[in-house]
Write a protein that binds this ligand. Structure first.
Ligand SMILES: [Zn+2]
Length: 330
């Protein structure tokens, strides 16, 4: 049950849930919250398996009873994992309405039913109100597991109906140990964890999706821009179809580090030490106030992307690169 077991840094939350189950003290809704990349969804799946399993053990679902087999096959009639149809887009309201019907049917396997929503903040107000209705009138023996890295964006009335489970990043040693077993090239472990601020699953995603290389290409693009080898419009063409929120977050991280350098911070505290030369250049050419203003602007653009705002990708990236160039020309 590899996909249905917890990660090495989740024992505290796990023991808490096992205790609730064993003392027959389960709430009907839990909110699993905390920074991205800590494995909240995997924990939710492990918990769902445990709650549905016919022979659960303290360590998790047995892995071979009828319920476990159904789960592994993806055909368990009393389990639903609801995610947006397209990553980064909201969960649709009709999906939530179907969920409400599901929550009120009798469990087909005779036990409980478990519903996971991830990410639980990814819905518009109407969908959120439909979910609230589900939570206010839960079916018998139905357990909701809401997963969110941005729980502050959820309706407070939804949050308040859930018991909260907090997830944070593991200590470095545990993160390193786990990540090194997941990568073909363990030499990358340290750089990946530095870049993702110790978020092991986020680090693995970086490796799996070749994001280190993309980030390197973005840095090269900026350097070319500063040297006048490429114009903002040309560079924007290469980046308009990228994961824009992620692309902006890389530039935000570089500006953060450039600000620190401007305040005479030691290079060892930087998150992006691999780009030290570029960061020193930006820091030399621009003052902290301008860098912070630019960072705030990028943060607000990124926020609006995450909220599903309809930004024109080419215009956004052109604006971003024009402003980056202004920083060093000023
Ligand atoms: Zn089982």
């Amino acid at each position: 049950m590899k996909d249905w077991s917890i990660l090495p840094w989740q024992n505290t939350q796990w023991e808490q849930m096992v205790h609730c189950q064993q003392s027959d003290n389960l709430a009907h809704a839990y909110l699993l919250k905390g920074v991205p990349g800590t494995g909240k969804l995997q924990f939710a799946k492990a918990l769902a398996a445990y709650l549905l399993c016919l022979n659960p053990r303290g360590s998790g679902a047995c892995g071979h009873c009828k319920e476990c087999e159904l789960l592994k096959a993806g055909t368990h009639p009393d389990f639903t994992l609801l995610e947006p149809d397209d990553p980064g887009r909201p969960i649709r309201i009709d999906s939530i309405r179907k969920l409400n019907d599901f929550a009120h049917k009798t469990a087909q396997q005779g036990g409980r039913r478990v519903i996971i929503l991830s990410p639980a903040e990814a819905m518009n107000v109407n969908a959120a109100n439909a979910l609230l209705k589900c939570l206010e009138e839960p079916g018998d023996d139905t357990i909701f597991l809401l997963v969110s890295a941005r729980s502050g964006d959820m309706l407070p009335t939804i949050r308040s109906r859930c018991q909260q489970l907090n997830f944070s990043t593991p200590v470095r040693e545990v993160a390193e140990q786990w990540l090194s077993t997941q990568l073909d090239d363990p030499a990358m472990v340290n750089q990946l964890l530095d870049l993702t601020v110790n978020s092991p699953l986020e680090a693995k995603r970086f490796a799996d999706q070749g994001l280190l290389e993309k980030r390197e290409a973005l840095a090269d693009g900026l350097k070319g821009l500063f040297k006048g080898k490429v114009t903002p419009v040309e560079l924007a063409k290469n980046w308009q179809s990228s994961d824009l929120a992620l692309t902006l977050s890389w530039i935000i991280g570089w500006l953060d580090d450039a600000v620190k350098l401007g305040l005479n911070a030691d290079a060892s505290v930087l998150r992006n030490r691999d780009q030290l030369k570029m960061l020193e250049y930006i820091s030399r050419k621009s003052d902290a106030r301008a860098l912070l203003q630019e960072r705030d602007w990028l943060m607000s653009q990124r926020q609006s992307l995450l909220e599903g705002g309809n930004l024109n990708p080419q215009m956004l990236m052109e604006g971003t690169f024009c402003r980056s160039l202004d920083l060093v020309l000023a």
